[in-house]
Design a protein around this ligand. Structure first.
Ligand SMILES: CSC[C@H]1O[C@H](OP(=O)(O)O)[C@H](O)[C@@H]1O
Ligand SMILES: Nc1ncnc2[nH]cnc12
Length: 291
């Protein structure tokens, strides 16, 4: 049995996790480069919890500058089995106004200048992204919301843009027409990399604005986002505290196989593998490469 270690990635407005106890800061080195910052490793209600603010303290890193590979690699190195992303987002739906929390179950990736895989020349792998979010984590998050009296919407599609600019009106109207629920700039390739690293992943998308499509609202600005973020962040921290309290102490096998994603994904013959890349994959793919 594997012990659960809960990872929390804090997004805009979430640069610390107040309920974390017995905390130590650890600078974990990664062969994939510099992570966003030191990991804060501690406990919540006795559960091992690891916190990483993806933009770093002071919001130093833009979405395109975050080293998503290094972040996922260091979380894997310290044993994270289950990962929750707390993310600010715009909304395309009247019924998801600022303040709404959405447990998205699908992503659309429109990013174009980010390293989005640990694999490549010398070791090719193709994992399934059909179901990018762990249903078990969504169930636990929904239960935590119920216990805390925080409304959460159980599904939705998050479109991830490159940014850092917000969308044009034509883009915003297109995403709305395509049926997407929310928009952000960070969850891809984060979710893809978590899958490659066999970490179960889920997002709490916290609505801060109506982007720019809504006839009764001005186009989003950073000021608008910050205004709503403060309240959202306080609710998110309560949600995480409850999640940690009730979270299974033994890692539950993922019903969609997120935690075994590499079982049938590697295609490069052992003799054709690049030993340097294999070495870099010691944490991410250690389970399968060392077996
Ligand atoms: C400050 S508004 C745009 C910014 O907020 C979101 O960040 P995160 O997903 O880390 O909460 C969005 O993706 C953009 O990075
Ligand atoms: N409208 C929006 N577009 C992209 N990222 C966001 N983060 C918060 N609001 C956003």
């Amino acid at each position: 049995m594997t012990k659960s270690v809960l990872g929390i990635i804090g997004g805009s407005g979430i640069y610390d996790l107040p309920g974390l106890e017995n905390v130590r800061e650890e600078h974990v080195a990664s062969p994939w480069g510099e992570p966003s910052g030191a990991l804060r490793i501690g406990e919540m209600a006795g559960l091992p919890v690891v916190f990483l603010p993806r933009h770093d303290k002071g919001h130093r890193l833009s979405p395109s500058d975050i080293n998503y590979r290094a972040n996922i690699d260091v979380l894997k190195r310290v044993g994270v089995t289950d990962l929750i992303s707390l993310s600010a987002c715009g909304s395309f739906r009247e019924d998801l106004p600022p303040g709404a929390f959405v447990l998205v179950d699908q992503f659309v990736d429109r990013t174009h200048k980010r390293e989005s895989s640990f694999f490549g020349k010398g070791l090719v792998a193709h994992v399934s992204m059909a179901h990018p979010v762990s249903p078990r984590l969504r169930i636990h998050l929904a239960a935590a919301g119920r216990e805390e009296g925080i409304d959460v919407v159980r599904d939705g599609t998050y479109v991830c843009i490159e940014g850092p600019q917000f969308s044009t009106l034509a883009e915003s109207l297109t995403y709305k027409q395509l049926g997407y629920s929310v928009i952000g700039m960070t969850n891809m390739p984060e979710a893809k990399l978590a899958r490659e690293a066999e970490i179960c992943y889920a997002t709490v998308a916290m609505v801060t604005d109506f982007d720019c499509w809504h006839p009764d609202h001005d186009a989003v600005t950073v000021q608008d986002v910050i205004k709503v973020l403060v309240g959202n962040a306080e609710k998110a921290k309560r949600l995480v505290a409850r999640l940690a309290k009730d979270f299974p102490r033994e890692h539950e096998p993922c019903p969609i196989g997120s935690d075994r994603a590499l079982d049938n994904a590697l295609i490069t013959a052992p003799e054709a593998r690049d030993p340097d890349l294999v070495k870099k994959l010691d944490a991410v793919a250690g389970r399968i490469l060392n077996s």
